[in-house]
Design a binder for this molecule. Structure first.
Ligand code: KIV
Length: 308
């Protein structure tokens, strides 16, 4: 029998809100960190019940919820709206809001102000932003403002056009070395953790072992300090494409199609609603109504009869 506990029973009764020091302590004691994305209240609520350590309101929102081809059209207002919904649902997980394209690249002061909105308006505990050494100064300033920052290296989707597509990174010695240097620079700039997306497993292990801060891998192998997936991929809810590194734990798209088409068929056949789904009034009140209608019919009924 597997020694992996069922999700809900694995959650301790005396749960504490997950903090950044707790996440860092997990790395120190080699406890893998679990992170998933969420974009709405019910998903955040259910996810939080299972004891997921970090919930990321990712700008993957743009692709898996809003239907764009990339994350580039996502705005600060989109992110704040969805972060607020997640914060209403999740009370225990560390909540990280993803800074969207152009919210931190234009100027450092704009980046600090936008990062602050995630904490002040949207109930997040930290922000995430993409990029390497070119972001070090911005990260330093955001962290100086008291806002924890998670970095993101490797396949950085906001640079999809520069990278020439959603493709793995760091596959030769030169780019691997550059990525390792970037990771060390981001740690020095004050990041409390790093996402490593779509890079070779042995490079991700090397980076993770070289850093004091935890790494969260997506398509980066088991050598990271934790793992993250896009929830719609894990649930089989986003069918347009599925990256090779995704493991599907459910097939919700098929279940939703089945439920919607059964509902449609039952409506068409007048098989729904049945008595148990219908609100009724007592016979006594119904007779009262009939009597009152007999004495003084509402004007629309009188009008109806006049037409006939
Ligand atoms: O936007 C997102 O969901 C992300 C994860 C893939 C880490 O950045």
């Amino acid at each position: 029998m597997s020694d992996i506990q069922s999700p809900v029973s694995a959650v301790p009764q005396d749960r504490k809100k997950i903090s950044i020091p707790l996440i860092q302590a997990m790395k120190a004691r080699h406890e893998p960190i679990s992170m998933l994305t969420a974009y709405d209240y019910p998903t955040a609520l259910i996810m939080d019940q299972t004891g997921i350590d970090i919930i990321l309101v990712g700008d993957s929102l743009g692709m898996v919820v809003l239907g764009y081809d990339s994350t580039l059209p996502v705005t600060m207002d989109d992110m704040i709206h969805h972060c607020k919904a997640v914060a209403r649902g999740a009370k225990y997980a560390l909540l990280v809001g993803d800074m969207p394209f152009l919210s931190y690249q234009v100027s450092t002061s704009e980046a600090v102000r936008n990062a602050g909105r995630f904490l002040q308006e949207a109930g997040m505990n930290a922000v995430k932003l993409e990029g390497g050494r070119e972001r070090a100064e911005t990260i330093r300033e955001i962290v100086h403002a008291g806002i924890p920052v998670m970095g993101h290296l490797g396949l950085t989707p906001q640079s999809v056009h520069k990278l020439g597509g959603f493709r793995p990174q760091g596959r030769n010695a030169e780019t691997a070395l550059e990525l390792l240097e970037d990771a060390l620079i981001l740690q020095e700039a004050g990041c409390f953790s790093l996402v490593l997306e779509s890079i070779p497993g042995r490079l991700a292990r090397l980076v993770s072992e070289s850093l004091d801060i935890p790494t969260l891998g997506i398509g980066a192998g088991v050598g990271c300090d934790g793992q993250v997936l896009v929830t719609h991929d894990l649930l089989g809810l986003f069918e347009r494409f599925t990256p090779k590194f995704v493991k599907r734990y459910a097939n919700l798209a098929a279940e939703m199609r089945q439920a919607f088409s059964q509902y449609k068929n039952e409506v068409k056949a007048s098989a729904f609603p049945e008595a148990e789904h219908t609100i009724e009034m007592s016979d006594e009140e119904w007779h009262n109504l009939e009597q009152r209608l007999g004495k003084a019919k509402p004007s629309f009924i009188v009008h109806d009869e006049a037409i006939r």
